[in-house]
Design a protein around this ligand. Structure first.
Ligand SMILES: Nc1ncnc2c1ncn2[C@@H]1O[C@H](COP(=O)(O)OP(=O)(O)OP(=O)(O)O)[C@@H](O)[C@H]1O
Ligand SMILES: [Mg+2]
Length: 266
C-alpha cells in the first residue's frame, strides 16, 4: 500500500490546503492571514502534537477541525466524510475546562448527552466515565470544589462520553502546575490507550510532546504553515530521564532555536 493510500484510507483526520484569514484588529479594511495552505493527516488511533509559536494558528486549526468555524479555502475530512459543522464525534477540550459552574460533576459530564437527548439510553456510562477519570466520589461536587487538575479531568470525561472518534486538545494541561501536569499526561495517555481515540494535541511543552506523541507537527510563525513533522519512535511507556529522551529534547529545542546560546551571559 502506498503512503498516499494509507493517508486517504485510514486517516481519521485530514486537512488539505487549508487557509484562513481574519479582519485585522486595528484596520477593518485589511485581513490578516492566520493559516496558509496547511495540509496534514492524522491516522486513526494516532496521537499527534501540534507545536508552534503563539499566534501561529493552532487554536484556529482546532476550531476548523471541530467545525466551529470555516476555512477560506481547503478541505477538512474525518474519515471519508467532509467536516461541515460541529459534531459529537469530534470532542474539543480547551485550556480552560469551561465547566458549567451551576452543575455538579455528574451533570457537567452528562450535559452533552442531555443536549442530544441520549441520557436515558447512556445513563449507565456516566458512572463508568467518572470512574475512568477517577472522580466517582466527586459526582455531586460543584466545579468550585475541584482542583484545576480535577476540573480538567471533568472536561475530558465530558468530551469522552460522546465516544469521539477524534479528540482535539487545545493546551488542556497548560494551566496546571508541573506535577499535576505530569500526572494528567499519564491520565490522557491511559484514556487514549483504553479508548483508542485519535488525538490531536496542541501544546507549548516540548517534554509533553516527546512524552506523549507518535508524531510532532511543527508550525511556522504566523501565517501558520507546517514547518516539519518529527516522528517519535521511543518505546512506551516513556521515561523522561532516559538518554534517548533527552537527546531528542535537545535536538528539537535546537531545531526551534531555543537551545540557548552557550556564549550568552543572560
Ligand atoms: N476570531 C478572530 N478574529 C480575529 N482574529 C483572530 C480570531 N481568531 C484568531 N485570530 C488571529 O489569528 C491568529 C492565530 O490565532 P490562534 O488563536 O489560532 O493562535 P494560536 O497558535 O492558538 O496562539 P496561542 O499559542 O497563543 O494560543 C492570531 O493572529 C489571532 O489574532
Ligand atoms: Mg491557542
Amino acid at each position: 500500500m502506498s503512503a498516499a493510500t494509507v493517508t486517504t484510507e485510514v486517516a481519521a483526520l485530514r486537512i488539505v490546503g487549508v487557509s484562513k484569514d481574519f479582519p485585522t484588529p486595528d484596520n477593518v479594511n485589511t485581513r490578516t492571514l492566520a493559516l496558509d495552505n496547511v495540509s496534514f493527516a492524522v491516522r486513526a488511533g494516532e496521537l499527534v502534537s501540534l507545536v508552534g509559536p503563539s499566534g501561529c494558528g493552532k487554536s484556529t486549526l482546532l476550531r476548523l477541525l471541530a467545525g466551529l468555524d470555516d476555512p477560506n479555502t481547503g478541505e477538512r475530512w474525518i474519515g471519508a466524510e467532509p467536516i461541515t459543522g460541529p459534531s459529537a464525534e469530534r470532542g474539543l477540550v480547551f485550556q480552560d475546562p469551561n465547566l458549567f459552574p451551576w452543575l455538579t460533576v455528574r451533570r457537567n459530564i452528562q450535559s452533552g448527552l442531555v443536549a442530544r437527548g441520549r441520557l436515558r439510553e447512556k445513563r449507565h456510562e456516566v458512572d463508568e466515565f467518572m470512574r475512568l477519570v477517577g472522580l466517582e466520589t466527586f459526582a455531586n461536587a460543584y466545579p468550585h470544589h475541584l482542583s484545576g487538575g480535577m476540573a480538567q479531568r471533568v472536561a475530558l470525561a465530558r468530551a469522552l462520553i460522546n465516544h469521539p472518534k477524534v479528540l482535539l486538545l487545545d493546551e488542556p494541561l497548560g494551566a496546571l502546575d508541573a506535577f499535576t501536569r505530569m500526572r494528567m499526561q499519564d491520565e490522557v495517555l491511559r484514556l487514549w490507550q483504553t479508548r483508542r481515540t485519535t488525538v490531536l494535541l496542541v501544546t507549548h511543552d516540548i517534554d509533553e510532546t516527546i512524552y506523549m506523541s507518535d508524531r510532532i507537527i511543527i508550525m511556522t510563525p504566523r501565517p501558520g504553515r507546517i514547518e516539519r513533522t518529527i516522528p517519535i519512535t521511543l518505546d512506551r511507556p516513556r521515561q523522561r530521564n532516559r538518554p534517548e529522551f533527552l537527546r531528542l529534547r535537545s535536538e528539537i529545542l535546537e531545531l526551534l532555536h531555543f537551545a540557548g546560546d552557550p556564549k550568552s551571559t543572560v
